[in-house]
Design a protein around this ligand. Structure first.
Ligand SMILES: Cc1ncc(COP(=O)(O)O)c(C=O)c1O
Length: 400
């Protein structure tokens, strides 16, 4: 019998070698207690969280928590059904109304995760014969949506306008075209030049889908994302997002003004063939989304945090993913996996959790320590974080 697991041997070996050095498993951390959006107990120790996607700190918002408890009491723990059968409750419709109000769109469709939103929308609207032009650094859910739909996949160099135009110009006349972009790219925390890319896609007659997973709630005056901030939201055909980041729960969505959008509810397999979100989840999501509309103070404070951390880390001598802070993600580039893992563990011992990211998730084979800030991090906590980076960086030789 051939062992189907043999393809994983190189990864198993790398992992075993790393753990044999006595290192804590960076991919096996347990949050034993969660005290607030920014503090948890890990390995029995009070730890500042700088590696969650809880950008707007909504997970402990009293109104959000109360809405979840109420829905749990009134509607039970789960729907046990698909949205197109018994799984649409009034809470799912209310959540879609909140999304339509948040984005100012005619349609909103809630999925069980953001991963499924990309999988479903991309695979359903672009099939065989169609072309999907996408940034090469796109999220796995975008690639998986492309693979599932069997369209022709045309990747272009990350954030490169000329490369995008060359690919668009080569697509046969009359073919269906979808350009897929992200607002914020989550590994390096850089943003896309949507103000140039979206009009370019339109010039070539393409439809445009923008995944705003990492910008919703934070970027743009109304928190609608990078397309809003750069003034091109009205030219975007589909915005994909998630509830697992700024919204602070779980779930995904697509909003659109396309007049035929509602047909997606019948033809999109990752929407139809899975159970809908529990009533408590959609209740927390709807409450959170409505509160995010008026969260300007939080947005302003998160920008302050992002600036302070970026400038501080740069001044300490760390190499960062962007020259200037562009989002709530600050990526610290490590020389290799060994150093990255050592630094990750030294930070954990200091009482700081960040994400260790490595290929295939990262671009260009990079090892990154990804820091994601939260609007609930106080200025004092950001100062504390910088002190921890300084000590851990010196101890591991990452800075001199
Ligand atoms: C750009 C992007 N899109 C989609 C997703 C999937 O979101 P979810 O966690 O809701 O499945 C992620 C998750 O990290 C993401 O980074």
């Amino acid at each position: 019998m051939s062992d189907l697991f043999s393809k994983f041997d190189p990864l198993i070996e790398t992992r075993e070698q790393l753990l044999a050095t006595g290192l804590t498993d960076p991919f096996g951390l347990v949050m034993e207690e969660v005290i607030s959006p920014t503090v948890a107990i890990c390995n029995g120790k009070r730890t500042i969280l700088l590696g969650t996607y809880n950008y707007m700190g909504m997970t402990f918002d009293p109104d959000v928590v109360a809405a979840g408890k109420k829905a749990l009491d009134e509607f039970g723990s789960g729907t046990t059904g698909s949205r197109v059968l018994n799984g649409t409750y009034s809470g799912h419709k209310a959540c879609e109304e909140a999304l339509k109000d948040f984005y100012g769109t005619d349609h909103a469709m809630v999925f069980s995760t953001g991963y499924q939103a990309n999988l479903g929308i991309i695979s359903t609207i672009a099939g065989k014969e169609d072309y999907i032009v996408l940034d090469i650094d796109s999220h796995a859910s975008i690639y998986d949506g492309c693979a599932m739909g069997n369209a022709n996949i045309v990747p272009f160099r990350h954030n490169d306008l000329d490369a995008l135009e060359k690919r668009l110009a080569r697509i046969p006349e009359g073919a269906g075209k979808l350009v897929v972009l992200e607002g914020v790219y989550s590994m390096l925390g850089d943003i896309a030049p949507l103000d140039k890319m979206v009009p370019l896609a339109k010039k070539y007659g393409a439809m445009v889908l923008v995944d705003e997973a990492h910008s919703m709630g934070f970027i743009g005056d109304l928190g609608r994302g990078v397309a809003e901030a750069q003034g091109v939201l009205d030219q975007v055909d589909f915005v994909i997002g998630t509830f697992s980041k700024s919204v602070g729960t779980v779930g995904g969505f697509c909003v659109s003004n396309h007049p035929k959008f509602e047909i997606m509810r019948l033809v999109c397999r990752p929407y139809v063939f899975t159970a809908s979100l529990p009533p408590s989840v959609v209740a927390t999501a709807a409450t959170s989304i409505r509160k995010l509309m008026g969260a300007k103070d939080k947005r302003d404070h998160l920008w302050e945090n992002s600036q302070t951390l970026h400038h501080g880390l740069k001044a300490l001598g760390f190499q960062l993913g962007t020259d200037k802070p562009q989002s709530a993600i600050i990526a610290v580039i490590m020389p290799d996996l060994e150093k990255g893992a050592a630094m990750w563990e030294a930070l954990l011992h200091e009482g700081l959790y960040v994400n260790l990211a490595r290929p295939p998730a990262t671009p260009a084979g990079m090892t990154l320590l990804r820091c994601s800030l939260c609007a609930e991090h106080s200025s004092a906590q950001v100062g504390e974080i910088l002190g921890m980076f300084e000590r851990a960086g010196r101890a591991t030789g990452c800075i001199s």
